[in-house]
Design a protein around this ligand. Structure first.
Ligand SMILES: *[C@@H]1O[C@H](CO)[C@@H](O)[C@H](O)[C@H]1NC(C)=O
Ligand SMILES: *[C@@H]1O[C@H](CO)[C@@H](O)[C@H](O)[C@H]1NC(C)=O
Ligand SMILES: *[C@@H]1O[C@H](CO)[C@@H](O)[C@H](O)[C@H]1NC(C)=O
Ligand SMILES: *[C@@H]1O[C@H](CO)[C@@H](O)[C@H](O)[C@H]1NC(C)=O
Ligand SMILES: *[C@@H]1O[C@H](CO)[C@@H](O)[C@H](O)[C@H]1NC(C)=O
Ligand SMILES: *[C@@H]1O[C@H](CO)[C@@H](O)[C@H](O)[C@H]1NC(C)=O
Ligand SMILES: *[C@@H]1O[C@H](CO)[C@@H](O)[C@H](O)[C@H]1NC(C)=O
Ligand SMILES: *[C@@H]1O[C@H](CO)[C@@H](O)[C@H](O)[C@H]1NC(C)=O
Length: 661
């Protein structure tokens, strides 16, 4: 009781010593006789336990050690060895029970927790079954417990760590204990004497028991052959850990760097989820070290409320020498990065992608930024670089991209996506405090939504040729996303607000694939926004269910929006339903925007009717009958407006960015 214990633990211990120590000092041997013995031995008499009887001198009772008047009972004295009444000595205390492999086939009786001096309970390799007694870990002196290789089932009592400050060794290897390992009642309990935790070969589940990393004297930890899952934390705090076995569970994710320098081998981690990676196991992903910089300060500023300001200073670090990279490097460094320390000590990582190499941190010091757009899942800034260039920064909402092992491959893939109808991702920044920025080209273009629905002076005429060109470009961009790389990228948020259109009517999709970086709740907000705005496919309930087919549906709505010149969704405008009604009423020509019909001689010959049919096909309620984006591209290509303007000449499909509308 002398160790400095937190109040709750102290109280528990006091309670227990009070209630049991007074009686147990008298009744230990009697309890043994009356309760412990029949419980442990089970249905058939046990040779060892049969010695626990009053016609046998106490010293000959097998597997037990005692103290008498506070001192360990020595049985090398013939008078003591022969004493037949010793067991009734009131100062007699049971110190340990040690009966390995003696065919005990009963269960652990609750009375085991009532021995005030019982320090060791060692009953490995028997056939004990049933659960652990609920109060076992309130047994006030227990420090060494070995119940390995029995058939104990049920779960660990929540009192498991109550006697933490005297526990030295806990061995439960090879039983049938299930459930999660309970947390200590008092957080940050150091269990400072505990050296051995062997829970191997049970049915335990849940995450890695995180609190174990605070048990600083741990030398042996075996959680093997259970059903633990989730990530393995760093065990670097366990300075004395000599033996570790986490094999044959369902652990996943990246092993912390600390295992790189520890002497634990791959064998200690074998047989887990195939996703478990990092030294000493296989490398995670395809080797991407991100580099660090000093955007952190500003970004934190932005996050801390500066978003409300129209203009903020973006103190990106400037002047870093450019790297001369060889061709081979370029391939390897597809997403490779340099490690940089910011001048203010802020750390972060910058991943640059093809075309973003000029974005070394110091190049963009003192860039000024202004808010372009705010959504529930992030804020977009336009940032002016000192060399006159501009970039678009998307600051992801807090909590985005939490799991780096899942997030990095997605960002790498987005960084590889290059197509003339996509706004390219040039870099990705991750700050020390978890701020995350996606860095894109800034395009001085207007959104398709603005072009179609804002009646601003100087707005260009949007005839069918131009709209067809926009639709085809969007379709090509989506087709590339769906099949241009080994794994498809689902856009996830196809809508006219996410299409930038330059002065040559070349469309570029933005915001593709970022739902994968969001926490599910935020991604699902995108679904509800898509629903309100009319782009949500009927089968799409959760963002993680989005698929190429849900993109096709949204594209169909977008194509209707182009043809009809009407905003979908809002004001109850169900565009497909409007078309259906018009077709039934034989007023199909009335659904087209008047501007679309300008200069059109025959809507059928100019591909207008075909485009309407195609859009309706994309919006089919049953996902499986929708065409894929390649089919959409093909059909749009085959049904062009006859009166092609110069807009279709190949030269201006690669327009230079510069003059805004
Ligand atoms: C008591 O123990 C002795 C061995 O020490 C054994 O021979 C005897 O049968 C036991 N008696 C009972 C009643 O179990
Ligand atoms: C019994 O053993 C202890 C140490 O094991 C020793 O100190 C003691 O003298 C022994 N007693 C007798 C009577 O042999
Ligand atoms: C046997 O032990 C009891 C209890 O400790 C004691 O009172 C008694 O004197 C002992 N008998 C012998 C013969 O030593
Ligand atoms: C534990 O095993 C016993 C048989 O030994 C069985 O009756 C009991 O239902 C099991 N309990 C659990 C929780 O599995
Ligand atoms: C680790 O645990 C597994 C499963 O319990 C066992 O097969 C393996 O031998 C253990 N490894 C070591 C080094 O003890
Ligand atoms: C392990 O846990 C998973 C859930 O995390 C469960 O589906 C599976 O059945 C469990 N496996 C075993 C062998 O208990
Ligand atoms: C790991 O290193 C410690 C000392 O640093 C050593 O005691 C232990 O045996 C080593 N374990 C293995 C598995 O090599
Ligand atoms: C491993 O965990 C994953 C979820 O983390 C689960 O889907 C899978 O069923 C588990 N595998 C086993 C063998 O329990």
């Amino acid at each position: 009781m002398a160790s400095p214990s937190p109040p709750l633990l102290l109280l528990l211990l006091l309670l227990f010593t009070f209630s049991f120590s007074s009686i147990s000092s008298l009744s230990d041997p009697l309890l043994l006789l009356s309760k412990i013995k029949p419980a442990l031995q089970g249905p058939s008499p046990n040779l060892q336990l049969s010695t626990w009887n009053s016609s046998t001198p106490l010293c000959l009772w097998r597997g037990l050690s005692w103290s008498l008047s506070g001192a360990e009972l020595r049985c090398n004295d013939s008078t003591v060895r022969a004493n037949l009444t010793l067991y009734s000595d009131p100062s007699l205390q049971l110190l340990s029970i040690r009966l390995p492999a003696v065919a005990l086939s009963g269960h652990l009786p609750a009375e085991l927790s009532t021995f005030s001096s019982l320090g060791s309970l060692l009953l490995p390799s028997n056939s004990l079954s049933g659960p652990l007694p609920l109060d076992l870990f309130n047994s006030p002196s227990l420090s060494d417990l070995d119940l390995s290789s029995n058939s104990i089932n049920g779960s660990f009592p929540t009192s498991l760590w109550n006697l933490c400050d005297r526990l030295v060794s806990l061995r439960f290897h090879h039983n049938s204990i299930s459930g999660a390992v309970p947390d200590p009642a008092i957080p940050n309990t150091p269990c400072s004497l505990l050296q051995t935790v062997d829970f191997g070969s049970n049915n335990l589940d849940g995450g890695f028991p995180q609190f174990l990393t605070g048990f600083q004297n741990l030398q042996e930890l075996d959680l093997s052959a259970n059903n633990f899952s989730g990530q393995i934390p760093s065990l670097a705090s366990l300075k004395n850990l000599q033996s570790l076995n986490l094999s044959h569970n369902n652990f996943s994710g990246a092993l912390p760097d600390s295992f790189r320098t520890s002497n634990f081998s791959a064998e200690d981690f074998t047989g887990n989820s195939p996703e478990l990676c990092g030294a000493p196991l296989k490398q995670c992903g395809s080797g991407s070290r991100l580099s660090s910089g000093a955007i952190a300060g500003i970004v934190i500023g932005l996050m801390a409320g500066a978003v409300l300001l129209a203009s903020v200073s973006i103190g990106l670090v400037q002047g870093r020498k450019r790297r001369n990279r060889t061709k081979r490097d370029d391939e390897e460094m597809d997403m490779e990065m340099e490690m940089e320390e910011g001048e203010n000590g802020a750390e972060g990582k910058l991943a640059v992608f093809q075309g973003g190499e000029h974005l070394t941190l110091e190049d963009v010091l003192n860039a000024t930024g202004q808010v372009m757009e705010k959504t529930s899942y992030g804020t977009v800034y336009k940032a002016k670089l000192s060399d006159g260039g501009a970039i678009a920064l998307r600051l992801l909402r807090e909590g985005s991209c939490k799991d780096p092992s899942a997030c990095s491959p997605v960002i790498r893939q987005l960084g590889r996506a290059r197509h003339e109808n996509l706004v390219p991702l040039r870099a990705y920044y991750q700050g020390k405090r978890g701020e995350k920025l996606l860095i894109y080209d800034y395009l001085p273009s207007r959104t398709l939504h603005d072009l179609l629905h804002e009646s601003r002076a100087g707005r260009p005429l949007l005839n069918w040729s131009r709209r067809h060109k926009i639709a085809l470009g969007i379709a090509r961009g989506l087709a590339y996303l769906h099949t241009g790389q080994e794994t498809p990228i689902i856009h996830g948020n196809v809508r006219s607000k996410n299409v930038l259109v330059d002065e040559f009517f070349v469309p570029r999709l933005t915001e593709f694939g970022i739902d994968k970086l969001m926490v599910p709740a935020v991604a699902d907000e995108m679904v509800s926004v898509a629903k309100v705005d009319g782009y949500k496919a009927p089968e799409l309930q959760k963002m993680k269910k989005c698929s190429p087919r849900t993109d096709v549906y949204a594209f169909g709505i977008l194509l209707l929006e182009l043809l009809m010149g009407k905003k979908p969704g809002k004001d109850g405008r169900d565009l497909p339903a409007l078309v259906k009604v018009a077709v039934l009423e034989e007023t199909t020509m009335d659904v087209f925007d008047v501007e679309v019909l300008k200069g059109i001689r025959s809507p059928a010959e100019d591909g207008l009717v075909h485009a309407l049919r195609l859009a309706m096909g994309c919006c089919a309620p049953v996902a499986s009958v929708r065409p894929d984006m390649h089919e959409v591209v093909k059909q749009l290509e085959e049904n062009r407006p006859r009166n092609r303007s110069a807009l279709y000449s190949p030269v201006d499909t690669r327009s230079e960015i510069g003059t805004p509308f």
